[in-house]
Design a protein around this ligand. Structure first.
Ligand code: AHG
Ligand code: MN
Ligand code: MN
Length: 332
């Protein structure tokens, strides 16, 4: 007999009852699911229409902006405006926070942080990209007031939910609300995300490492020694240039992803709020670890700026712990 198909909507509704959550978070997750289906449609036909290439402007961090970045950003914002549950968004593509209009008399409950399109340098060459999201509760004090940057400067441990969408050979949405990590694969024939990977657990170790080894000479000594060891042990180097894709591989096969500080990016390149913390929550929920190169747990960091950067070491717990020993041993 055919196995019963569980769609994302059914699953989150079911979890809502189990976890005694309110329907308000369900509505936000559902809107993210809808937005990612729309982004997926555009990513898939990107080669057919004039949407590839750079848009010509720069984002808040000075990177070249791709057209699909803009599209994904707009779609996500539009869909997150639907429910009236989200008061504001921090996006990689917008320097300032985005304040969403109120829906009727609803008092919004949540804030969303997002990287609408991760790995945008891959777009033009038909390689995987992703979307990263994190959901916070508005701290009670701010509910009646206009939200500000400060409301977003919460610890990773305050995240209510987080996840990512991977637009790869198939499209997957992976998310957690703090009770395990669950993966859904988009079935294009019915247009639904279907539960394909319940309760994902990361292998405790692996033989993949993921780092931009082109920057080897710009890394600190502890990082170079660790990479040397990975190479000595014949670990497999994989680096896609989209953190979502690299971390996704690691969740299933085990391994470690590193983006350390370099001379160009002394604090690291990736963004704490909307790249590292949501991915750290997913990986920790799957049994992994995520730290920065100062041995601080990513989830414990309280950002001081919405676009703050950080170094990151994330992945299988045994491998991250071993990396921590290298930092202790070699770092000055
Ligand atoms: P984005 O496309 O959102 O700017 O993110 C790209 C990020 C990350 O996903 C990836 O691992 C890293 O930047 C690649 O950077 P390098 O080209 O410096 O390795
Ligand atoms: Mn990114
Ligand atoms: Mn991006």
């Amino acid at each position: 007999m055919d196995q019963k198909i569980v769609t994302l909507d059914e699953f989150i509704l079911h979890r809502e009852k189990l976890e005694d959550a309110t329907g308000r978070l369900t509505a936000v997750l559902r809107d993210i699911g809808i937005a990612s289906k729309i982004v997926n449609r555009e990513v898939n036909k990107a080669g057919l229409v004039n949407i590839l290439g750079t848009e010509g402007s720069s984002n808040s961090s000075g990177d070249t902006v791709q057209k699909l970045d803009i599209f994904a950003n707009e779609r996500m914002i539009h869909c997150l405006s639907n429910s009236g549950e989200v008061a504001g968004i921090v996006s990689e593509e917008d320097e300032k926070i985005i304040i969403l209009p109120k829906v009727k008399s609803k008092k919004p409950e949540y804030l969303v942080v997002m990287d609408p399109l991760d790995g945008s340098s891959n777009i033009d060459v038909n390689v995987s990209v992703g979307t990263i999201f994190g959901i916070y509760k508005i701290k009670s004090k701010a509910k009646s007031e206009e939200i500000t940057d400060k409301d977003f400067l919460q610890k990773g441990t305050d995240l209510i939910a987080s996840g990512y969408v991977l637009y790869g050979t198939s499209t997957m949405l992976v998310y957690t609300t703090g009770n395990g990590v669950h993966g859904f694969t988009l079935d294009p024939s019915i247009g639904e995300f279907c539960l394909s990977h319940p309760d994902i657990k990361i292998p405790t170790s692996g033989n993949y490492y993921s780092v931009n080894q082109g920057y080897y000479l710009k890394f600190d000594v502890e990082m170079r020694r660790y990479i040397d060891q990975c190479s000595d042990l014949n670990y497999r180097l994989r680096y896609i240039g989209s953190m979502v894709s690299d971390v996704h591989r690691m969740l299933f096969h085990g391994g470690i992803f590193l983006y350390p500080n370099t001379r160009k990016y002394p604090q690291g390149k990736l963004r704490l709020l909307y790249e590292c913390k949501p991915m750290a929550m997913v990986v920790e929920q799957a049994g992994g670890k995520a730290i920065n190169c100062k041995l601080e747990r990513i989830m414990d960091k309280e950002p001081i700026d919405i676009h703050e950067r950080t170094s990151i070491v994330i992945g299988s717990p045994d491998m991250v712990e071993e990396m921590m020993e290298f930092i202790k041993k070699y770092s000055s």
